[in-house]
Design a protein around this ligand. Structure first.
Ligand code: PLP
Length: 444
């Protein structure tokens, strides 16, 4: 990865305490971080250590303030320390942290999720997006009796073994084609195709049939709007094609809406594009900022899960009372009329203006945006899939990132991640961001 960024600005001098902590962290934590992308390998330099967040603003250990477009990688759609969510957590905490037994809150929460995402007849709560996708795949395999799964190049579905093949997000940032520790056996049944490529997915279905003619493909799992290769929306008709092919072959269509769920609409990308998957994975926003995730879908599939059926899946902290309370408070607020329209307006304005500023600075750029997620790619060609995304100029992105950081704007520290706008972003935050870009872009 390029470290050129370090020579273009000297933000590190403004963050002595972060630098000190990062050096110390590396003695006790691998790479100094508990999730790889946090280490800034994609942009060079040292990560920022934060102490607090309030609305759209983050404060670091050196007292610097930033307009935040990471939002904890998605959950903070209402901004940081949102009072209603905090109150719900405090109220739940006073009643005990965890029982490992059913609660009324879980039932109410499940009912709320089913109302928001009508393709789900039943839903099971887990603790991370990784668990949700891993469990959904196991269920698809258990229900179909088939082994193979199809995923998209550059899509990220958490770190379960079979899903790390050609994975996006941190794996893409680090340029890891696969991962040590994943057996050939675990990887063998994962087929990958380029996103938005109709011919490729048709060929995969043609080429993977058993001698009896039945499809060998248990599931196709997708991010319905990719966010982990940067933001890359589906081409018109592509989701419908996936729906038709999977239905024709008795294959389970899994929408991994861990990022897009409650982000693009209350009903996620499936509501926005009008395509109904068989199973849906939720995470990030669903836990309101605490560790909760979920998978749900067709009743005949969900009834295969233990204790009803033979597909085992469990969790000590699943349905944790605090996480459920936080998720419920957040999703309840997301039902406010006009909220998603407002988010989209703010985001469209920001994305459009950023692109204009690039043009004015003579910098080739593409800004992919859907609702309140967007990625500014430094490339002169449209980005429709992972290989297009990889053509973007990561070194220029790194310089952009550090320039913006010096001006008090915290973007995702990688070209292969989506930025998020929250309800807490006011026009003053957007204008501050654009002023920073106006200053930084001409220096790139
Ligand atoms: C973040 C993410 C995951 C993994 O969720 P974790 O909670 O980090 O395990 C899975 N799928 C998608 C689409 C994601 O964005």
């Amino acid at each position: 990865m390029s470290d050129q960024s370090q020579s273009t600005s000297a933000p590190s001098v403004l963050r002595p305490r972060s630098q000190e902590l990062f050096a110390r962290a590396q003695q006790s934590i691998p790479g100094g971080v508990n999730s790889p992308v946090r280490a800034f390998r994609g942009v060079g330099g040292d990560p920022v250590f934060f102490v607090s967040g309030q609305g759209a603003e983050l404060r670091d250990v050196d007292g610097n303030r930033y307009v935040d477009y990471v939002g904890s990688w998605g959950p903070m759609i209402l901004g940081h320390a949102e009072p209603t969510v905090l109150a719900a957590i405090a109220e739940a905490a006073a009643q005990g942290l965890s029982f490992g037994a059913p609660t009324e809150r879980e039932v109410q929460f499940a009912e709320l999720l089913l109302r928001c995402v009508p393709s789900m007849d039943k839903v099971r709560l887990v603790s991370s997006g990784t668990e949700a996708t891993m469990s959904a795949l196991r269920l698809a395999r258990g229900a179909t009796g088939r082994a193979k799964i199809v995923k998209m190049d550059g899509a990220y579905h958490g770190h379960a073994d079979s899903l790390l093949v050609a994975a996006g997000s941190g794996a893409a940032t680090l340029g890891l084609p696969g991962t040590a520790g994943v057996t050939e056996g675990a990887a063998r049944d994962t087929l990958t195709v380029p996103w938005n490529d109709a011919a490729a997915i048709e060929a995969v279905f043609r080429n993977h049939r058993s001698p009896s003619g039945e499809s060998e493909i248990a599931a196709v799992i997708i991010e319905p709007v990719c966010g982990n290769m940067g933001c890359v929306p589906p081409q018109p008709g592509y989701l419908a094609l996936l729906r038709k092919l999977t239905a024709d072959h008795g294959t389970v269509l899994i929408f991994d809406e861990v990022m897009t769920g409650f982000r693009l609409a209350l009903g996620g990308a499936q509501a926005r594009y009008g395509v109904r998957p068989d199973l849906t994975c939720l995470g990030k926003i669903v836990g309101g900022g605490l560790p909760a995730a979920a998978y749900g879908g067709r009743a005949d599939l969900m009834n295969q899960i233990a204790p009803l059926g033979p597909v085992y899946q469990a969790g000590t902290l699943s349905g944790n009372p605090l996480a459920v309370a936080a998720g419920m408070a957040m999703i309840t607020q997301l039902q406010a009329p006009g909220l998603y329209e407002r988010l989209e307006q703010t985001s469209t304005y920001l994305a459009t203006e950023l692109l204009l500023l690039c043009q004015r600075a003579g910098i080739p750029a593409v800004c992919n945006q859907v609702g309140s997620m967007f990625t500014l790619f430094f490339t002169d060609r449209p980005v429709h899939n992972y290989s297009d995304a990889k053509r973007a100029d990561s070194a220029r992105f790194a310089r952009f990132f550090h320039g913006m950081l010096s001006c008090g704007v915290y973007l995702p520290p990688s070209q292969f991640e989506a930025a998020f706008v929250s309800m807490a972003h006011q026009s003053s935050d957007i204008e501050k961001t654009l002023a920073a870009a106006r200053q930084v872009l001409p220096t790139l």
